[in-house]
Design a protein around this ligand. Sequence first.
Ligand code: FES
Ligand code: FES
Length: 153
Amino acid sequence: MALIKLQINNRSYETDAAEDTPLLWVLRDNLGLVGTKFGCGIAQCGACTVHLDGEAVRSCVLPVSAVGKGKVTTIEGLSEKGDHPVQKAWEEIDVPQCGYCQAGQIMTAAAFLKKNPKPTDAQIVETMSGNICRCGTYHRIREAVKSAASKTK
Ligand code: FES
Ligand code: FES
């Protein structure tokens, strides 16, 4: 089986995973990058969100062979010291409860704010609505996205 090469968090990786293996499985099981979480496995909850060339994608339904030369960023690579504006806002507002969904929430928010640094409240709600939180931290998530946006203008 040919090795699949991947660029993740500005590092090169190789995996012998089958081509149709979802990227999420490769990240967690083959490469030990366990910050990205498994929730539903069917693109419905957002827990597995990573960036592919800056776009938020659901790694549970993305075959690893489809990544090609694309640059993958996981929560481990969003910033060197955990000080991305979104991460700082999350900390300041103390967003997480159990924390399970939060890496996916942060990755969705970070990709969104990069494209739309001055979002309206409605745009924030719409974008974040695809990320499910079983603990119901939605109010603090919205507050943190607004706070991060105000600091990245
Ligand atoms: S685990 Fe991928 S969207 Fe739920
Ligand atoms: S903080 Fe628990 S699932 Fe979101």
